[in-house]
Design a protein around this ligand. Structure first.
Ligand SMILES: *[C@@H]1O[C@H](CO)[C@@H](O)[C@H](O)[C@H]1NC(C)=O
Length: 313
């Protein structure tokens, strides 16, 4: 009787988790290291990028070096084949940069899980801090199918290494801008901030408003390693969340650098052909879906529980 009851309770717990559990919603950012059209056309690179993007409901690529805009269609094509036509949509920023070297931010998102509502390139003209960003954040606003979090704003940044401290600090200005423009407080800041290893000294953190001020929670700590090379250990890539609602929905332990070397079974050399960075990601526990509620009605839940109990050995 004892073991049977124990097993029954386990089953019950598993069932409750399964039925009542919220649907995790994964957001990621990936510095794809000088991703141009010839690199994106390589089968190995495109295959790996497809698998990396397909983990996420929204993924922002950085360092897309693509004047003609050929990378986005190449990757959408790979995603169509991997996940079914139209599963992903994409949005690219214009090429951003001060000189002739320019990069795009490119978003991939599942329109079944997140609807793109609006976007803008941050106007980098703060009276006290004009032209801080080498590549101004390309800010987006998504509608989510969740009463707990109906909207989410994303602010990606690929900081210039030599100006990382100033750029991270200025994300605070971008937050103010988002609040003025959209009245939104739920914001995820994410990307390759170059936030460590000589680019931001440990003693400087308390001068950086995004780090110091209360609304912001850094989900990846300074001990994180987002670099592919075994010989380096740096927390360059980060995710920072602001807004009480979104902070409350972060799945504990879900923020991480995604080690695709290990997960895709690559050698270090094969992984470096994709990037020298790992993507960073976080899951939010959303509680709904378009096309009907995700939770089953109570009657179904009871039926399921009854079945599990009767099914005991
Ligand atoms: C990633 O995985 C590889 C292969 O398992 C391992 O050698 C490496 O240390 C891991 N890197 C990090 C940052 O976890």
């Amino acid at each position: 009787m004892g073991p049977a009851v124990g097993r029954g309770l386990l089953l019950l717990a598993a069932l409750l988790l399964l039925l009542g559990g919220a649907a995790a919603f994964r957001v990621g950012a990936f510095n794809a290291r000088r991703l141009g059209s010839s690199k994106a056309a390589r089968d190995d690179v495109r295959g790996a990028l497809g698998r990396i993007i397909a983990r996420c409901d929204i993924m922002v690529l950085q360092e897309v070096v693509d004047a003609k805009g050929q990378v986005m269609p190449l990757l959408l094509d790979a995603l169509d084949r991997a996940t079914g036509p139209g599963t992903y949509q994409a949005l690219s920023s214009p090429p951003l940069g001060r000189g002739s070297y320019r990069e795009r931010y490119v978003y991939f998102y599942r329109p079944g899980r997140a609807r793109l509502r609006d976007w803008f390139v941050y106007e980098d003209a703060h009276p006290q801090r004009p032209d801080v960003f080498a590549r101004e954040p390309f800010v987006t606003r998504f509608d989510l199918p969740s009463p707990a979090l109906p909207e989410l704003v994303l602010v990606p940044l690929h900081a210039a290494p030599g100006a990382a401290e100033a750029e991270i600090d200025a994300l605070h200005d971008v937050y103010e801008r988002v609040r003025e423009r959209w009245g939104q407080q739920d914001v995820l800041f994410l990307g390759d901030f170059n936030a460590g290893c000589g680019y931001v000294a440990g003693s400087r953190w308390d001068r950086i408003r995004l780090r110091r001020d209360p609304p912001f929670r850094w989900l990846l700590g300074d001990e994180t390693d987002s670099t592919v090379r075994g010989s380096t250990r740096c927390p360059y890539d980060r995710v920072v969340v602001a807004g009480e609602r979104s902070r409350g929905l972060v799945v504990p332990g879900s923020a991480r650098a995604f080690n695709f070397t290990a997960r895709l079974g690559l050698t270090e050399e094969q992984a470096l052909a994709v990037s020298d960075h790992y993507p960073v990601e976080v899951e939010l526990a959303l509680d709904g879906a378009w096309g009907g509620p995700r939770r089953p009605p109570p009657a179904l839940l009871l039926l399921g529980l009854g079945g599990a109990l009767l099914g005991l050995p």
